[in-house]
Design a protein around this ligand. Structure first.
Ligand code: NAI
Ligand code: MG
Length: 489
């Protein structure tokens, strides 16, 4: 526990998992700590579950499917989700503090996450009673129609960078379509998914519809994704774990949505609005200290603007003093010692290969927070296309600058990674922007505003960034199956 009052732990943190509407310990009674990444100290602990707990959770999700949940009308499902959105907003200050303590991000970002999470519940609430099928014209002697049915028990494997947002992003459409769910939060950040269980309960969700099992990937995630009664797995995380999840789901023919991160370019053409491009690039790489699947981690800039962009970015970056998220510091810590080591390893490689380090390049010292996982915001200049810093997801506040000589080269460089999640472009020429949108490998393109969009805009990847779409109406298709009924009359 840290003794400093302004970073104090809020009271009444969740102590138990939620299975079948009950607050329970792991069957093994084991527990695990959750750490404040700004201090490096544990501030709470939760059950450390395993396959036996997963079995209980899937069983209760399966029972709830056939139970009262089935009898609740789609319109009432929508009302439950609407009430959940209101409850998230009611409790937003407390939840945002807890999210910040758990994952380190600045408080303003956690408050933004609370609004986004509420937005998902609101958005999909409106869809609960509008998932309707078709009638198929086969001529006068037949009646043929489709039914939209829930797929069944859905599993949600959640990462630590947006704990509540990612949970809401999958749960809201899953529940809107009438499914039940078992959620496995990341081991680093279990708290807000647990609290969400209480809010859903208060909103009127029947017991067993939303279950949370806390623990490690191999101990909880693996048996959950391999469970024969799980019909769909929604996964957000690393490429390596995503492949493991897909293989586990294949063994029992469950469908999967994989959201696996990226190495997204922010392209700045010579005619761009420099101020907007600088603001957009800073936000693209430093939000949540770069631990964002859609982070803009490469600046692909036309040579004419290279020097001006770099100078402004370095000046602004040098003002971003890392600190505790609860103090709403410009930049928070990385989520864990492990993530700190991973980012440090990438940057050590940059030092070894003699890359030009325009600013940063190592850990950041923060007075009073010597145990925290702080990394200095870092800009690497003129990084070659085939350098690991241009190719691999770092998931830290590390920007790789790539200089190009034409819009065509910007597209080629933009596409020259194994990923394809997001691409941003800054230009005054809408035709160029739309040609870029046509030719870039990405699930979403941001023109003249990085992170443009919201809960209503479909989100997902191509290439190693995964497949399937979350957010927007597109997400719903993962959560219902179509049954076609045809009668000879
Ligand atoms: P990870 O992919 O291992 O973890 C994500 C989730 O998967 C966690 O809940 C974890 O417990 C679970 N998991 C781990 N092994 C599993 C298994 N065998 N079966 C089922 N679930 C399992 O990612 P990790 O190790 O936390 O981070 C490594 C890298 O992954 C990061 O540096 C970053 O590059 C990337 N990442 C990408 C994210 C994104 O938003 N797309 C989010 C988190 C990490
Ligand atoms: Mg934590």
């Amino acid at each position: 526990m840290n003794g400093i009052e302004r970073w104090n732990t809020p009271p009444d943190l969740p102590k138990h998992m939620v299975i079948g509407g009950e607050h329970v310990d792991a069957i093994s009674r084991r527990r695990m700590d959750t750490i404040d990444p700004a201090t490096g100290s544990a501030f709470a602990d939760v059950p450390q579950a395993d396959a036996a707990d997963v079995d209980r959770a899937v069983e209760s999700a399966k029972a709830a499917l056939a139970g009262p949940w089935r009898a609740i009308s789609p319109a009432e499902r929508g009302r439950i989700l609407t009430r959940t959105a209101a409850l998230l907003r009611r409790d937003k200050d407390r939840l945002a503090r807890i999210e910040t303590l758990d994952c380190g991000k600045p408080l303003r970002e956690s408050l933004g996450d609370l609004e986004t999470a509420a937005g998902y519940f609101e958005y999909y609430a409106g869809m609960a009673d509008k998932l309707q099928g078709d009638t198929i014209p086969l001529g006068p002697d037949f009646v043929s129609f489709t039914l939209h049915e829930p797929v069944g028990v859905t599993a949600h494997i959640i990462p630590w960078n947006f704990p509540l947002v990612t949970t809401a992003r999958g749960i809201a459409p899953a529940l809107a379509a009438g499914n039940t769910a078992v959620v496995k939060p990341a081991e680093q950040t279990p708290l807000t998914a647990l609290i969400l269980a209480d809010l859903l309960d208060e909103a009127g969700l029947p017991p067993g519809v939303y279950n949370v099992v806390t623990g490690y990937g191999p101990e909880v995630g693996a048996p959950l994704t391999a469970h024969p009664d799980v019909a769909h797995v929604t996964f957000t995380g690393s490429v390596a774990t995503g492949k493991t999840v897909m293989k586990a789901a294949a063994d029992h023919v469950a469908s999967v949505t994989l959201e696996l991160g990226g190495k997204s370019p922010v392209v700045v053409l010579a005619d761009a609005d420099l101020d907007a491009a600088v603001e957009g690039t800073l936000k693209a790489i430093y939000m949540n200290s770069g631990q964002v699947c859609s982070a803009g981690s490469r600046l692909v800039v036309e040579r004419q603007l290279h020097a001006a962009m770099l100078e402004r970015l370095v000046t602004r970056t040098n003002k971003l003093a890392p600190g505790h998220g609860l103090d709403d510091a410009p930049l928070g810590p990385l989520v864990s010692a492990e993530q700190f080591a991973r980012v440090s390893g990438f940057v050590a490689g940059a030092h070894r290969r003699g890359l030009a380090i325009a600013t940063g390049g190592g850990p950041a010292a923060v007075k009073g927070l010597e145990g925290g996982f702080f990394f200095a915001p870092t800009i690497l200049d003129k990084v070659a296309v085939d350098d690991p810093l241009s190719q691999e997801e770092i998931f830290g506040p590390v920007l790789a600058v790539q200089v190009v000589d034409s819009p065509e080269e910007a597209i080629a460089v933009g596409n020259a990674t194994p990923y394809g999640l997001v691409a941003g472009i800054y230009t005054a020429d809408i035709t160029r922007a739309l040609r870029f949108a046509r030719d870039i490998d990405a699930g979403q393109v941001f023109i003249n505003q990085y992170f443009a969009g919201g809960v209503a805009t479909p989100f997902g990847g191509v290439k190693n960034s995964g497949f399937g779409r979350e957010k927007g109406l597109a997400a719903l298709s993962s959560y219902f199956r179509i049954k076609c009924v045809t009668a000879r009359i």
